[in-house]
Design a protein around this ligand. Structure first.
Ligand SMILES: [Zn+2]
Length: 252
């Protein structure tokens, strides 16, 4: 029996402040008729509904607690507790302390009606999603803790690097993957001292070290030249490189 296709659809590609028309970080993963969401930054819940009714998601995974990766949990809580998702609880896997962070902002009501929160394990871990689908996550250097994640289904795989600095951890997680989605916060510019982010060359370096078969760049600040960043990444990379485009589905 061949496995169903594994695909990635960028829903929001924007960083901490996005360009007009961009939502912040959000990626839809489909495995056959199953759907999973990676991160839910500001504006993402709205755009997500062009692809799926949010309550149909099997799992939402939050990479870290920077607002551009989780802010729309505030809106999704209302949707799930009192809106169209009422009566169902969404499984949400994320860093320890996520629920407390959210309730500190928006109060206690509705969260446990809306969500079944699960903490990620320190350093990394693995979730068997059934049907041959496996999720692995691994801590990467950024806000502590931040987790990159990998889906494997049959002989296909895809990896979302979350936000991170240059590191061996992401290359390890992404070993021989079909598709690596990597942040490119700094475009083609040097990553400012002390910031745990990537530029095009650094993203390509990780993809090369991993032996990834395809690299997609995302999460670029509006002031950077994306053509220059793509050229920089392509010059360094040993595999095809493109920008992630909102709403454009790619197969692993
Ligand atoms: Zn971040």
């Amino acid at each position: 029996m061949t496995a169903p296709p594994l695909t990635l659809t960028p829903v929001g590609i924007g960083p901490a402040y996005a360009r007009p028309g961009e939502a912040q970080s959000c990626y839809l993963v489909r495995a056959g008729n199953r759907a999973f969401c990676l991160d839910l930054g500001a504006g993402a819940l709205n755009r997500l509904q062009d692809h799926i009714a949010p309550e149909e998601l099997e799992l939402l995974v939050i990479s870290h607690l920077h607002p551009d990766h989780c802010a729309d949990l505030l809106a999704l809580r209302v949707y799930m507790a009192w809106g169209p998702g009422a009566g169902r609880r969404m499984r949400v896997l994320g860093p320890r302390g996520m629920r407390e962070r959210m309730t500190a902002f928006a109060g206690q009501e509705g969260w446990d009606d809306a969500f079944a929160f699960e903490d990620m394990a320190e350093g990394g871990g693995e979730v068997d999603l059934g049907g041959g689908l496996r999720l692995r996550y691994r801590e990467v250097p950024h806000l502590k803790p931040t987790f990159a994640m990998r889906f494997d289904l049959g002989d296909r795989s895809l990896v979302y690097g979350a936000d991170c600095a240059e590191c061996a951890e992401l290359a390890d997680l992404a070993r021989d993957t079909d598709l690596l989605l990597a942040e490119c916060s700094s475009g083609a510019a040097p990553v400012p001292e002390g910031l745990a982010h990537l530029n095009g060359a650094a993203a390509a370096g990780i993809a090369n070290a991993a032996g990834a078969r395809r690299l997609l760049l995302t999460h670029c600040y509006p002031e950077h030249d994306r053509e220059a960043a793509l050229a920089q990444a392509r010059a360094a990379a040993t595999m095809p490189v493109d920008w992630a485009h909102q709403d454009r589905e790619v197969a692993a």
